[in-house]
Ligand binder design. Structure first.
Ligand code: ARG
Length: 467
């Protein structure tokens, strides 16, 4: 066999170049340090490409056999940690191709027929991301299941519902938790939807214009499980909107995570005292012996920042790039990888943490009693007796003022005092002023009445399955 041109890359790219890259420029332009993570997708893509080349008679059957044998050995070497990644070979693609040629000779040099690293890298990233998407979908469902099962025990546990972080109306703890289930369910829908656009095959676009070989792109797509082939070669090698969409999905999911994490932190504080988190998710202080800090929840909240940052990095990377491929796109990988890693770890840890929450129902109920949370119910009571809502609102404002002066809740005002505020207030008003009476009254689809919340729990259980 003839010499492997890739072996000379340390000196210069090809016969065209008269001087080598400096060490600094090599380091600056190389991506192998991070894109080696794509190795399996790179090998799968190469196998599918080579099989198609052979089927189309573009390479011989013995070339295909050599390529298969060589790539199988490379996969083994990488898995065993024995593969020698070389910075001077720039990226995962050239490293694997050079080793293949070292192992099997000319067949290795034929693999790149009808292909460019431009469509190769776009294929690799899509293949890799598709696998990660499927893993994340499972984790999103796990988190929802953990929240639903915690909720199932708390459809009658009253807590204050807040607006402006001021006590507003009583809600069940289950109802509050299910709000997050809805958010994560929508995240799951977004993920499933964007997966369809990730799952398109760029291979065959070659460098930018397509290729003069009679490639069977549909066959490669089938082999790799892609739903369709790209329809414009310039677009296929250059746009990264599938990564942007994924990062946008991940950012929204992390923003949801950050809201839940923030509530866990608040609820665990002494001022709220609504829950306790298991010790294994908390840390102590090196100076204050009494401290147990909800570090894991705080970090989950904080990590939303870096994922949103990655979305900004990717958007900015893409902005203003002329067609078609530009080396800028090599910069898509680290933000994308870190987005996946951060979201994956966060979802996993949050699902575990939620499963271990200790609920302090008494403290929740006491807090609900402190903020005149049933004032709206008294107003609604008067409206149902015929008073216009605005007048009822005013009457209740007086009632709250009196209760505040006496330092009691509305439900604790003597019946005579209540009735003195308006002649329409009868003895039956007392019931609507209880926290549970208020919750039970909100018996509309999506409301906090225990019967409604129980039916939502059933719906979620059906939807999510056993897991
Ligand atoms: N490492 C490159 C990337 O991540 C692969 C494509 C290189 N293509 C090129 N024309 N230099 O984008």
């Amino acid at each position: 066999m003839s010499a492997n041109p890739l072996d000379n890359k340390a000196q210069a790219w090809s016969a065209l170049f008269s001087e080598p890259m400096s060490e600094l420029v090599q380091r600056y332009t190389a991506s192998v340090g991070f894109d080696k993570r794509l190795w399996r997708a790179d090998i799968d893509g190469s196998l599918a490409h080579a099989e198609m080349l052979a089927a189309q008679g573009i390479i011989g059957a013995s070339d295909l056999a050599d390529i298969r044998r060589g790539l199988a050995q490379i996969a083994q070497e990488i898995e065993a940690g024995r593969f020698e990644w070389k910075l001077e070979l720039e990226d995962v693609h050239l490293n694997i191709e050079a080793r293949l040629t070292q192992l099997v000779g000319d067949a290795g040099k034929r693999l790149h027929t009808g292909r460019s690293r431009n469509d190769q890298v776009a294929t690799d990233v899509r293949l890799w991301l598709r696998g990660e998407i499927d893993g994340l979908a499972v984790l999103l469902a796990d988190l929802q299941r953990a929240l639903v099962e915690l909720a199932a025990g708390h459809t009658d546990t009253v807590m204050p519902g807040f607006t402006h972080l001021q006590v507003a109306q009583p809600v069940s703890f289950a109802h509050h938790l299910l709000a997050y289930v809805e958010m994560f369910a929508r995240d799951g829908e977004r993920l499933a939807d964007l997966r369809r656009r990730v799952n398109r095959l760029p291979l065959g676009a070659a460098a930018l214009a397509g290729t003069s070989y009679a490639l069977d792109r549909e066959r490669v797509a089938r082999t790799l499980g892609f739903e369709a082939v790209s329809r414009n070669s310039l677009d296929a090698v250059s746009d990264r909107d599938f990564a942007l969409e994924f990062a946008a999905f991940a950012s929204i999911a992390m923003v949801h995570v950050s809201r839940l994490a923030e509530e866990l932190v608040l609820w665990m504080s002494q001022a709220f005292g609504f829950i306790d988190l298991a010790d294994r998710y908390c840390t102590g202080s090196s100076i204050m012996p009494q401290k147990r800090n909800p570090d894991v929840a705080e970090l989950a909240r904080g990590k939303a920042g870096r994922v949103v940052g990655h979305l900004m990095a990717l958007l900015t990377l893409m902005k203003g790039q002329p067609l078609a491929y530009n080396k800028d796109n090599q910069e898509d990988k680290e933000p994308l990888f870190d987005t996946v890693d951060t979201l994956r770890d966060t979802l996993r840890i949050l699902a575990e943490m939620v499963g271990g929450i200790v609920v302090k129902a008494d403290a929740m109920e006491r807090a609900a009693r402190r903020g005149y949370a049933t004032a709206t119910d008294l107003a609604d009571y008067l409206v149902k007796k015929g008073l216009p809502f605005r007048d009822a609102h005013e009457v209740v404002a007086h009632a709250v003022k009196v209760a505040m002066q006496q330092g009691v809740d509305l439900a604790e005002l003597p019946p005579a005092t209540l009735q003195g505020l308006h002649p329409l207030i009868g003895a039956d008003a007392a019931e609507v002023l209880t926290l549970r009476g208020s919750m039970a009254a909100r018996d509309v689809i999506g409301g906090t009445a225990p019967a409604q919340v129980r039916s939502q729990i059933e719906r979620h259980r059906q939807r999510l399955g056993a897991g």
